[in-house]
Design a protein around this ligand. Structure first.
Ligand SMILES: CC(C)(COP(=O)(O)OP(=O)(O)OC[C@H]1O[C@@H](n2cnc3c(N)ncnc32)[C@H](O)[C@@H]1OP(=O)(O)O)[C@@H](O)C(=O)NCCC(=O)NCCS
Length: 187
């Protein structure tokens, strides 16, 4: 079992247009529909999926995390269609510093409608109000401007650039790091 009980719950979180909820095996076809898209996978650390069974494998991996209480991700369900159109969740949590990193991805058909801003705001609120985390961090490859904009719109502060921080899809890439602290959020 994971040493912290913070992530045991991963409760259903509702926003205006979305429901964040645990992934289920039946979500595999929805997930494959967008995760096969190389443009969606371009700036994340996974490769575009090539079969529904890969999506099932990813969901199985997430189900194990739910069971063990490790940091994990919610599926993003669009209320209007009832479909899973992305994921958002915790990449890691450090107990000694009470800090975490959040990451996300969304189906290309739904970009530019404010969905990820809506989802990230809800996860930030949950992290501070319910989990009482002190620092929520996020990072994006420097040429993924839309992701930086989402972080800004959620009140995160750009702290700097880490050069060659990630090796992604055959090359080293620079990332911008953003964060928001609990005391800032309360204001
Ligand atoms: C990045 C991503 C999550 C954004 O989700 P989204 O729901 O489209 O984001 P929002 O609509 O909430 O906000 C996007 C903002 O970026 C802006 N934007 C989009 N493309 C842009 C670009 N090329 N340059 C600058 N800004 C851009 C939009 O105009 C919008 O800002 P605005 O509201 O001020 O107009 C989505 O594109 C995605 O999933 N991409 C693939 C996976 C990924 O990159 N994940 C993040 C890894 S760090």
């Amino acid at each position: 079992m994971f040493e912290d009980s913070l992530f045991d719950q991963m409760p259903r979180i509702e926003t205006d247009r979305l429901v964040l909820r645990k992934l289920e095996m039946r979500d595999a076809p929805d997930m494959f529909e967008y995760s096969r898209d190389p443009l969606v996978a371009k700036h994340v650390l996974w490769d575009a999926q090539t079969s529904v069974s890969e999506s099932r494998g990813y969901i199985r991996y997430m189900l194990r995390k739910y069971r063990s209480g490790e940091p994990s991700s919610w599926g993003i369900e669009e209320k209007a269609s009832g479909k899973i159109i992305g994921t958002i969740g915790y990449m890691w949590y450090q107990r000694e510093n009470n800090s975490c990193e959040v990451g996300y991805s969304l189906a290309r058909a739904h970009w530019g409608r404010g969905y990820m801003t809506e989802a990230l705001k809800a996860v930030i609120a949950y992290s501070f109000k319910t989990l009482r985390i002190h620092r929520v961090e996020a990072q994006h490859e420097t040429d993924n401007l839309a992701s930086g904009r989402v972080m800004e719109k959620c009140g995160m502060t750009k702290e700097g650039t880490l050069r060659g921080r990630l090796y992604n899809k055959g090359k080293y890439v620079d990332v911008h790091v953003y964060s928001i602290l609990r005391e800032e959020y309360k204001k």
